[in-house]
Design a protein around this ligand. Structure first.
Ligand SMILES: C[S@@+](CC[C@H](N)C(=O)[O-])C[C@H]1O[C@@H](n2cnc3c(N)ncnc32)[C@H](O)[C@@H]1O
Length: 387
């Protein structure tokens, strides 16, 4: 895999951008096909950041504009003509100048782009005004530090109906400061007020459980601030982006939506990004030591047992969900399971296939053995436990 040199020393951003690209394209296409007439992309921390080239291809600015154009053209071939706007907010003066210059000469025809100079939180009203009341809006919130995405600063945006959010939650940074008394106020703005019991828990948990606990707290705050949209409750999911060369989490990409289909689509893109993540991390190791392996990173990634979750844990979870009375498992149920566990669709599929092979579970609607996707959640197939 050829990693664009603009990602050097920040290779984890390849994963972030792959997820942004993959999900945004799917989402906007689906929204356009299902009746949305106006779409807005909002980049609250636009940059350009760490790409000195004039085409800034390794930034969310160029990536998002490419996607908007691609989706707009694809929708037009289906007779759907969607109004598309993009709003980019950047605080640093020199970066804003580059941003504005880029938009002035590179914005694709048919897309209306706006640049705003300043702190995104102070510009909330202007952002919302540009979004208008009728559009569907996707907010990408990608700060450098953890304090910038505290709930008070984000809440007015989060409360907007017809919106989805992708927020970089700098877990690695927050984790280092979470217990510091001096930073209590900032931590509480992120995670809600923590009790003495919460702090004791944070201290006593294993690194993995501590991460889960802290990310869950942040997700709960995001969901509470979003609130429902009619009968649809807010939902979140999170994708882990690891440090480019260390065996630890760099950040989580926390995704917020009010539609169960969003959770499934985002989880599927996270699945794809997970493979890219493996390849990138192997490539980084190979670049540092070219004699390390005879295999291409893609080949090595295929065989790497880098499972984020123990398959036995997923099997047990399935067995708790199933009963000997057949029950329909549809997309809403899958979204609940994804949200509850943070696992990937492929984790659920792999574990279910293993249970089938062990004679412990059955898909009553599968006429033939399936080699990859054992359950069609779109059809709400009937599953049961065999005892
Ligand atoms: C991590 S970089 C953004 C990277 C970009 N989203 C991408 O994926 O290519 C964060 C950017 O936000 C800018 N920034 C920092 N604080 C900000 C704030 N409060 N409001 C708006 N922009 C801010 C920084 O100058 C920097 O350009």
């Amino acid at each position: 895999m050829e990693i664009d040199s603009a990602y050097e020393r920040r290779e984890h951003s390849v994963v972030k951008h792959a997820l942004l690209k993959g999900y945004l394209e799917k989402l906007l296409f689906i929204m356009g096909m299902t009746g949305t007439r106006e779409i807005v992309y909002v980049d609250c921390f636009a940059g350009p950041y760490k790409d000195e080239r004039s085409d800034i291809q390794a930034t969310s600015i160029a990536i998002s504009l490419d996607i908007l154009k691609k989706v707009r053209d694809a929708l037009a071939t289906h007779g759907k003509y969607i109004a598309m706007r993009a709003i980019y907010v950047e605080k640093k003066k020199s970066s804003y100048k580059r941003l504005k210059g880029y938009l002035d000469s590179n914005c694709p025809s048919g897309i209306q782009a706006f640049s705003i100079h300043g702190d995104y939180a102070e510009k909330t009203d202007e952002i919302l005004r540009l979004c208008g009341n009728n559009s569907f809006a996707f907010f990408f919130v990608d700060p450098l530090g953890w304090t910038d995405v505290g709930i008070p600063r984000l809440s007015k945006l989060l409360n907007r109906p017809k919106s989805e959010f992708l927020i970089t939650f700098m877990y690695d940074h927050l984790n280092r400061f979470v217990e510091k008394a001096k930073l209590r106020q900032q931590v509480h703005e992120m995670l809600g007020t923590l009790s003495d019991g919460d702090y004791q828990k944070i201290q006593s948990l294993s690194p993995k459980d501590r991460e889960e606990f802290i990310v869950q707290k942040y997700r709960e705050q995001i969901m509470a601030a979003m609130g429902p949209d009619g009968a649809r409750r807010s939902r979140t999911y999170s994708a882990v982006v690891k440090d480019k060369d260390k065996e630890r989490t760099k950040y989580h990409l926390v995704y917020g939506t009010r539609h169960y289909k969003g959770v499934i689509e985002f989880a599927m893109q996270s699945d794809k990004a997970e493979l890219i993540q493996r390849v990138v991390r192997i490539q980084v190791k190979q670049n540092a030591d070219p004699n390390r392996s005879l295999f291409q990173p893609e080949e090595e990634a295929e065989h790497l047992d880098d499972a984020r979750v123990d398959i036995d844990e997923v099997k047990h979870y399935w067995l708790r969900k199933l009963s000997d009375k057949p029950a329909a498992f549809d997309e809403a149920k899958l979204a609940d399971m994804l949200e509850e566990t943070g696992w990937l669709v492929s984790d659920f599929e792999g574990a279910f296939m293993a249970l089938q092979a062990d004679g412990k579970a059955e898909n009553m609607d599968a006429k033939k053995k399936r080699s990859k996707h054992p359950i069609d959640f779109k059809k709400g197939e009937q599953l049961r436990r065999l005892t």
